[in-house]
Design a protein around this ligand. Structure first.
Ligand code: DC
Length: 225
């Protein structure tokens, strides 16, 4: 039987949490500070969703999705760029329509199996920070550090509203809240790869904390070994 040391031997920081908690920005900074690879797994589901959205509805079968994801070349650049079959889709995947339809990719077992294998290969290639919903539970249950970032719904709505304001975009807090609650519910209800706190995760409620404070805390946790 594996000892606890070997069972948690992968040099990976697994960061999971609900929509809008700020996982991506925090994970990216933590990776830079530690000199680790950063893997935004949500970006991969978003990239696949772009292709699934382009399929006629009657073609969105598991068999077709398995074929599609098997043939896709998704690459995450060190600068945060995302390419799909060598086309830059960095901005396209952040579109609101993709956020609304990303479940077309994330709910598919075939898509999840293919992406989890890819994420796992990246995690094994070098010390990494992976961020998503199922990193500590499914992708890297043997990650050395598992963090579950949380924040109150009010705070997550406010963080999103401030981001939109900074971009000069219209802000409708009621709609942001509805969207966030819907996406969380979907992420928690998924039969495979659902958002769940790993039994051995460190849960950090970031309500009222600045982003830099969260980054400092996580870097300290990793540096403590
Ligand atoms: O983190 P994000 O909003 O960019 O993720 C987009 C969607 O992808 C999100 O609604 C849930 C899904 N996702 C997932 O199912 N598993 C992951 N590891 C990462 C994201």
């Amino acid at each position: 039987m594996a000892s606890p040391e070997t069972a948690r031997a992968l040099t990976v920081v697994a960061i999971d949490g609900p929509v809008g908690v700020g996982k991506s920005a925090v994970a990216r900074h933590v990776a830079t500070r530690l000199g680790f690879l950063f893997v935004d797994t949500g970006a991969m589901y978003r990239a696949v969703a772009l292709r699934v959205m382009a399929l006629p509805e009657h073609e969105r079968t598991e068999a077709r999705l398995a074929e599609l994801v098997g043939a896709l070349d998704i690459a995450l650049g060190l600068d945060g760029s995302v390419t799909l079959d060598r086309h830059d889709v960095t901005l396209d995947i952040r579109d609101e329509s993709v956020s609304r339809h990303v479940h077309l990719a994330a709910d598919s077992r075939a898509v999840r199996e293919a992406l989890v294998a890819k994420q796992r290969a990246l995690a094994c290639s070098r010390p990494s920070v992976l961020e998503g919903r199922d990193i500590g539970t499914v992708v890297c249950p043997d990650a050395r550090w598992k963090i579950y970032l949380d924040a109150s719904t009010d705070e997550r709505v406010e963080r999103r509203a401030l981001q939109l304001e900074a971009l000069g975009k219209p802000v409708d807090r009621a709609s942001i809240r509805r969207n966030l609650i819907d996406r969380d519910a979907r992420d928690r209800a998924r039969p495979w790869g659902a958002l769940r706190i790993a039994d051995d995760a460190l849960v950090l409620d970031t309500t009222g904390m600045t982003e830099s404070r969260v980054i400092e805390l996580l870097v300290a946790v990793v540096e403590a070994g």
